[in-house]
Design a protein around this ligand. Structure first.
Ligand SMILES: *Cc1c(COP(=O)(O)O)cnc(C)c1O
Length: 388
């Protein structure tokens, strides 16, 4: 069912056989990306065939990494609605605003896509035990799919993450360790267990397949817009797999002959309390410097150092996009604006995209009639304390 052909290092280009358990590039330590035989896929699949399949992300299974269908772990992830956000757009004079509502995914965030792909593939390759450092949503999603596979999961979470996340992971059968520090500190402690007990490391971009699940956001966007793409995509970026994944999807779909024409301008949104990508983008740097004392209420984008920084910066530049930092105050205002006009309780990360849109509207970067998609990456139901 999959046209997966090999893995390729995103930095040095080394090619590796795909049917072995792998993390980073053995040569240079950078992320590995999955590559497919797209010529064959173009011959043997088409958009019409996909259109009649079940509405979840596995409808794109030829371009996902699992070879044998029996290993697919699915909770109905993906094929989330693309909603017209008319009242929200009208409030600032933007005419063609849409929201991709990822809060409807299993465990309440788009992280379900990445974990469904990566844990299914790990399951297929025989992994029994996994480890994940996470601020919340990635852990919840990992634990859910691990439960479905009967795998053991170990979660390392910053102690100041919302308590509901730790409870959720425990309920899903995980072993949860709260770490006094940031996501990077969680990563360091998780790495000790990975080494000592040979657990599989599910950290962002430290295995090749979470990004494969996340790229389905790009496939869906095209399918839901009748195989055209919007003018602008505004996306909250932490580790960056959503942005990098969608950019990869556009590349693949062009080669499959499924889309043509201009690609969207990609906008990365971060909080001004942790904005390494925004800073690097505007400095013209290839890599981002670690952000000191990272602080923001938007846990999913509190990532002071991202291993895929160069890939995010590349996508932003190739797309003629930009990067915007907004304040926590603007994020909470945006949460209120979205809920009151569109009936969606957005997560702070997702709401940050509307805060960024307001800025880009004001400074003229975006035209009023451009088709613009905001990604609400998760449900705000886990964050109602911010609205009290
Ligand atoms: C993880 C997360 C993000 C950041 O996504 P990346 O694709 O890793 O940059 C944004 N929003 C939410 C709700 C998240 O959980």
């Amino acid at each position: 069912m999959s046209f997966l052909s090999h893995l390729e290092c995103a930095a040095c280009g080394k090619k590796l056989e795909a049917d072995l358990i792998r993390n980073l590039c053995p040569e240079c330590g950078k992320p590995l990306l999955a590559r497919y035989n797209l010529d064959e896929a173009a011959d043997r699949t088409d958009r019409e065939k996909i259109a009649v399949r079940k509405p979840d992300m596995w409808r794109y299974r030829e371009l996902l990494p699992v070879r044998d269908r029996r290993f697919v772990l699915s909770l109905g992830e993906g094929f989330t609605p693309l909603l017209p956000a008319k009242r929200l757009g009208d409030s600032i004079g933007i005419k063609n605003l849409l929201i991709k509502e990822e809060g409807l995914n299993p465990t309440g965030s788009f992280k379900a896509r990445g974990m469904s792909a990566a844990i299914s593939r790990a399951f297929e390759l025989g992994v029994k035990e996994l480890s994940i450092p996470s601020a919340g949503n990635a852990a919840a999603a990992a634990c859910a799919y691990a439960a479905l596979a009967g795998m053991r999961s170990h979660v390392y979470m910053p102690a100041d993450a919302p308590k509901s996340f730790a409870t959720e992971c425990k309920a899903l059968g995980a072993n949860v360790e709260l770490v006094d520090g940031l996501i990077g500190d969680c990563g360091r402690i998780a790495a000790e267990g990975v080494k000592k007990f040979a657990r599989f490391d599910m950290s962002t971009l430290k295995e090749p397949y979470r990004i494969e699940g996340k790229k389905t956001m790009g496939y869906e966007l095209a399918e839901q817009m009748d195989w055209r793409l919007p003018d602008v995509i505004i996306y909250p970026t932490g580790g960056g797999t959503g942005l990098i994944g969608m950019w990869k999807a556009f590349d693949e779909m062009e080669r499959l002959g499924w889309i043509e024409g201009e690609r969207p301008r990609m906008v990365s949104v971060q909080s001004d309390g942790c904005a390494p990508i925004v800073k690097a983008f505007h400095n013209g740097d290839e890599f981002a410097e670690t952000w000191p004392d990272a602080k923001t209420i938007a846990d999913g984008i509190r990532v002071p150092a991202a291993i895929g920084d160069f890939l995010m910066l590349e996508a932003l530049r190739e797309s003629a996009g930009t990067a915007v930092a907004v304040s926590d105050g603007e994020i909470v205002d945006a949460m209120r604006a979205i809920s009151r006009t569109e009936g969606i309780i957005a997560c702070p990360e997702g709401a940050s995209t509307f805060a960024a849109l307001k800025r880009l509207n004001k400074n003229g970067w975006i035209r009023k009639d451009e088709i613009t998609v905001l990604f609400n990456t998760g449900t705000g139901a886990k964050y109602t304390h911010l609205l009290e």
